[in-house]
Design a protein around this ligand. Sequence first.
Ligand code: SAM
Length: 249
Amino acid sequence: MKKRIWILTLFPEFFEPLLKCGIAGQALRGERSEENFSFEVHTINIRDYSKTKYRSVDDTPYGGGPGMVMRADILRDALVEGVMARGGYSDLSELHVVFPSPRGRVLTNKVARELATGPLSDPGKDVVFICGRYEGVDERFLEKYVQDYISLGDFVLTGGELAVMTILDASVRFVPGILGNKLSSEADSFEDGLIEFPQYTKPREFEEMNIPDILLEGHHKKIGEWQLEEKIRMTKKYRPDLYEKYNKT
Ligand SMILES: C[S@@+](CC[C@H](N)C(=O)[O-])C[C@H]1O[C@@H](n2cnc3c(N)ncnc32)[C@H](O)[C@@H]1O
């Protein structure tokens, strides 16, 4: 099965490095796939669907105020002509349309996993991301065509592209078959409400600092206990907010 991801953006070139590099790039190029499952990413330039004289995609906001707003009709055409017609979809229900926005649920591992095990692996749906720019998008387009809002946090980006890349990077690792060793995502930060334990590699001595003796003893049960203690210690030190929640549960 080919899982198609469509990205509507004014800057398709933003996505070139994401598609070129690392595990997420391999996955999104369709090169890390389980039998019968791979990704295929298509970027669509919203400007190609503007019928205005200067190919503009935005206009001044009704009611006044600073900045410009992306037009609903042009975004609709990009979705209907650029995605639905080209992709051979007959109904909007075949797509899960995501708009990264400060109004969305905040991206966490839980949200990334929900996206990965839901729309990103559901055989009946493909996924569309809309990248906002300027002051945002005409609300009528969002109301009619968007099903999911995801935020990176309580700050304002200049556009949705970095948000889409972050959402994809965080999610594809949870799609079955993408991370070589499933255990590595399970041991990652946040999976049990704690951040990761400290990691060490060669050289054994670095600027007069040694690695903890316990890691050299080969006693897996003791190493596991040490790792948990370290996770608790590191969380208390670096993320007291998480530690408080962990302690309560
Ligand atoms: C300059 S922002 C618009 C901000 C908007 N006027 C507001 O006050 O919420 C342009 C676009 O960047 C994206 N964006 C901005 N902040 C974001 C965030 N925290 N998470 C996800 N996307 C964001 C959205 O797609 C937004 O439409």
